[in-house]
Design a protein around this ligand. Structure first.
Ligand SMILES: Cc1ncc(COP(=O)(O)O)c(C=O)c1O
Length: 415
């Protein structure tokens, strides 16, 4: 029998209505999109039959905007491992890692990460965001100084604020500016931790880690690198940009996420510093949240095993990156200079960027759109990416649409 619908709840209006004003302003902004037109932040995927494809509004579209770089989310071994864990342990752990939420799957995955990096310490987290919150709050407090690259991901910024350390910004990927900032800090025993990313998440540029490490060595500063977008695809073993640039042994802590090349949800950190073993006892973002699901732990473990033995996925991924980049540049799009998993397509104004994004979507191609506050108002961009699961023909099909929209700007601009 169907339950009778509940009568709408009447709220008592005993307060001045200002609390929700910010949300009204945000809703008005989203409402600026013409009626019936797609709203970037509200795209709903009804399915993802393969990493190269998604279903949006019942229509198959070519997925050129996912972080599933190696296509591992649907790899048969990964799916089978996740399904087996789901059957054996159920859907969730229903508890924190420090209470009833640690399964043998969590500790096994931590050992797997430690051994893959050849470092003694590894922890896994429920999300990559929480990995950054947990590591920075465990390491830093009010007496420490955190030096952050100006383009650091929001999770690192939030983590720095939560740590209550003094926060110093340095110019994006500018070792000379980092040196200037470090040299202005008072001497003495204060800890200085420099925070950078291997691959920056909006424009996809690669950090000059070797130069940054050299500057940090001069000042006795520690380095933390977030390899979210680099893990799996940079370095001989896929350990990230620090491995690719030969400086892994000079990094105090590496953090990363399962939500890009590993095709899942969660985060990790690894370190040579034995003291990191105590992180679970001090990091609130580790303690006060439920642990990652059994299916996720088992799936990521299988994904890591595939990554360790099958380099062909990484080779295929980079071949598609090169094909797509070359095609976009030949058509005349302004793309990022660096060969990277993230391909930024610079479009200028908000209107032009939205028109191209919408034109692509309506023509069956999905990419991500970056608008203010994610970028300055006159430097909006589309953010594209490919996967090892794309075929050459998939990429050509996508390029045909980009070509058509350049040839018919009116189509892209229809709104
Ligand atoms: C550089 C960086 N760090 C951390 C994160 C957070 O990871 P997650 O989405 O897995 O929580 C992201 C996510 O986009 C990222 O790009």
């Amino acid at each position: 029998m169907l339950a009778r619908p509940l009568a709408p709840i009447k709220l008592a209006r005993c307060y001045p209505e200002h609390l929700f004003d910010k949300l009204r302003a945000a809703a008005a902004r989203a409402g600026a999109v013409p009626a019936g037109a797609p709203i970037p932040s509200r795209t709903v995927l009804d399915g993802a039959p393969r990493p190269a494809e998604a279903v949006i509004d019942g229509r198959a579209v070519l997925m050129l905007g996912s972080n599933n770089y190696l296509g591992l989310s649907t790899h048969p071994e990964v799916v089978e491992a996740a399904a087996a864990a789901l059957r054996r342990y159920g859907t969730g752990t229903t508890g924190s890692r420090v209470a009833n939420g640690t399964l043998d799957l969590h500790t096994a995955l931590e050992h797997q990460f430690a051994s893959y990096f050849g470092m003694p310490q590894a922890h896994v987290f429920t999300t990559g965001y929480q990995a950054n919150l947990a590591v920075l709050t465990a390491l830093c407090g009010a007496d420490d100084v955190l030096l952050l690259d100006a383009d650091c991901h929001a999770s690192l910024v939030d983590a720095a604020r939560l740590s209550r350390a003094e926060l110093v910004w340095f110019r994006h990927s500018d070792p000379a500016n980092l040196r200037a900032k470090l040299s202005r800090l008072p001497g003495g025993p204060t800890n200085r931790l420099v925070v950078v990313e291997g691959v920056y998440s909006i424009r996809g540029d690669v950090a000059p880690l070797r130069d940054i490490v050299n500057v940090c060595r001069e000042f006795g500063a520690y380095v933390l690198v977030d390899e979210a977008h680099a893990f799996g695809v940079f370095g001989e073993r896929g350990l990230g940009v620090a491995e690719a640039q030969g400086v892994l042994d000079e990094i105090a802590v590496v953090v990363g996420t399962f939500s890009k090349a590993l095709g899942a949800v969660g985060g990790f950190c690894v370190s040579d510093h034995a003291e990191l073993a105590a992180l679970p006892a001090v990091a609130r973002p580790y303690m006060f949240t439920a642990s990652g699901t059994p299916a996720t732990m088992a799936g990521v473990s299988a994904a890591l095993a595939v990554l360790a033995r099958d380099r062909s996925l990484v080779e295929r991924f980079w071949a598609r990156v090169r094909q797509f980049r070359a095609g976009l540049a030949a058509i005349g799009y302004a793309i990022g200079e660096v060969e990277s998993p993230i391909i930024p397509i610079f479009c200028g104004s908000e209107n032009d960027t939205y028109a191209l994004w919408r034109g692509l979507l309506e023509s069956g191609v999905y990419v991500n759109i970056v608008l203010p506050p994610g970028c300055p108002a006159d430097r909006c961009l589309l953010r594209a990416s490919v996967s090892a699961s794309h075929t050459e023909a998939d990429i050509e099909r996508g390029l045909d649409v980009f070509r058509m929209l350049v040839a018919n700007p009116a189509r892209a601009a229809r709104s």
